[in-house]
Each structure stands twice: as structure tokens, then as C-alpha cells.
Design a protein around this ligand. Structure first.
Ligand SMILES: [Zn+2]
Length: 248
């Protein structure tokens, strides 16, 4: 049985029988894997603490021929989102993990997605403001999939969207200037929101605290990203509903 060792992000686990767990994790080099962690449900398990969603770990696993499930041999915690400085961050852990899980196909290496996830965990630990981090994460996740619409120029006439802001057209999920919008009424982005996105395209997540931000920018980006994510995934994420309920 070939053994592999790599860094990985834990995405989720579920029970298997009396004592074991199945772990879903995104490796840095070989894509998303599913594996059995023997004895992970026992209180004295060597896996305790390392299998929480969004934990950055070093994992060793065996692959078995003609089996989809790998066997997880050892998991060592490198960084835990539970050491985040902003307590709000913890309400987003499940959401971030679910987004990565949805967008990472099985066993298809995606180093950029892995690096995005790892840098977001790092930013949580150093106390980056959570809402900004969440909008940044959604923005980059959609960009890596190639589905985030351009925030530079109106898709209809090419006008600079920074001038009068933009609206997401509900029909084709593209940003249009107010003049080109017609009857399509998707979420609006003010010039300040467009400015945040343009800066976020170049910023590291741990430096998001320096970018200008307001409650309004937060609301606008959340609404637009919600439409983009549900349009491209063709469903609403479970953790998205949970987040909404926590806040209302
Ligand atoms: Zn236009």
C-alpha cells in the first residue's frame, strides 16, 4: 500500500460504526480525499482535536487499490481556527469548510484552492476582521473557479464600474452599470464595494484590516455573493442558512 504524507485542510467528518470516523480533507498536492480514521470516536484517540473542520494538519494516509476510501494513519495539527482571536470567526468555520468541500472535486489537485483555505485559517488566527475575511474568501473562491464577473468594466457598455457602481444582472450573473441594467434587478454594489473588491484582488487575507470598509459595503457584498454562490452551485448551502439564523 503506498503511503502519502502532506499538509491538508480538514473539511468535515462523519461517523463510521461505533468507533471510527470518515474524514474528508483537501491535500496540498493530491486534491480532496476521503479516509477512515480508525478509533477516532474514542476519547483517548490520537486524532482528538485534529479532525475539527478547517483545521490545518499534516496527514499520513495509505491508498488502497480499487478503493475510494484511503486509510488515515496519522494526523498532526498545525493550526486550528479555534485559536482565532475574533470570536465571530468561529461561526464561519463550518461555512468556509463547506464552500471548499463543494468546490473541490475528488482527487483533482487544486493547489490554489488549498493555499486560499490555508491563508484564510492563518488570517483568522491573527485576528483579521471576520466579515471582511468572509467576503474576501467568497470573492477568491469564485475567482479561482473562473466565475466571478468582472468588477472593472460594465459587461454591456464597458463603462468603468467605479464611477456609478454596479448591479448584478439576475439573468446572467454579470455586473452592469445602472444605464445598461434594463429591467434586471439583482443586488447593487456601490463604488465603495467595487473599490474593496479591486483592492482584495491584490491583498493578502491577513492585511484585510487595512482596507476601507463599512456596514453598507459588507451588506452589499454579502447579498451579491449569495446570489453568485447559489447560482453557480445551484443550491443554498446548509451552513449559509445556519449563519443567517444566528444573526437574526
Ligand atoms: Zn453599461
Amino acid at each position: 500500500m503506498p503511503q502519502f504524507t502532506s499538509e491538508a485542510l480538514v473539511l468535515r467528518t462523519y461517523r463510521l460504526g461505533e468507533a471510527d470516523r470518515i474524514v474528508v480533507f483537501l491535500t496540498s498536492d493530491r486534491g480532496k480525499k476521503r479516509g477512515v480514521a480508525k478509533g477516532a470516536r474514542k476519547t483517548r484517540s490520537r486524532f482528538v482535536g485534529a479532525l475539527e473542520p478547517l483545521t490545518h494538519v499534516q496527514v499520513s494516509y495509505y491508498e488502497r487499490e480499487h478503493r475510494d476510501l484511503v486509510r488515515v494513519n496519522d494526523v498532526e495539527m498545525l493550526r486550528s481556527p479555534w485559536s482565532a482571536l475574533d470570536p465571530d470567526a468561529l461561526t464561519y468555520v463550518g461555512y468556509f469548510a463547506e464552500l471548499i468541500d463543494e468546490w473541490a472535486p475528488e482527487a483533482d489537485p487544486n493547489e490554489r484552492l488549498y493555499r486560499l483555505g490555508a491563508s484564510v485559517i492563518e488570517a483568522m488566527v491573527v485576528g483579521t476582521p471576520t466579515e471582511r475575511l468572509a467576503r474576501y474568501f467568497e470573492y477568491w473562491l469564485l475567482r479561482l473557479q473562473g466565475v466571478y464577473p468582472s468588477v472593472l468594466a460594465c459587461h454591456g457598455c464597458g463603462a468603468d464600474l467605479q464611477d456609478d457602481g454596479a448591479r448584478l444582472s439576475a439573468r446572467d450573473a454579470l455586473f452592469l452599470c445602472p444605464g445598461c441594467l434594463g429591467g434586471s434587478q439583482g443586488p447593487a454594489l456601490s463604488p465603495a464595494s467595487i473599490a474593496f473588491l479591486r483592492e482584495a484582488a491584490r491583498a493578502r487575507p491577513s492585511s484585510l484590516g487595512d482596507l476601507s470598509w463599512s456596514v453598507r459595503v459588507g451588506r452589499e457584498l454579502e447579498a451579491a455573493h449569495h446570489v453568485l454562490i447559489t447560482t453557480h452551485l445551484e443550491k443554498e448551502l446548509k451552513s449559509m442558512r445556519v449563519l443567517k439564523e444566528l444573526r437574526h
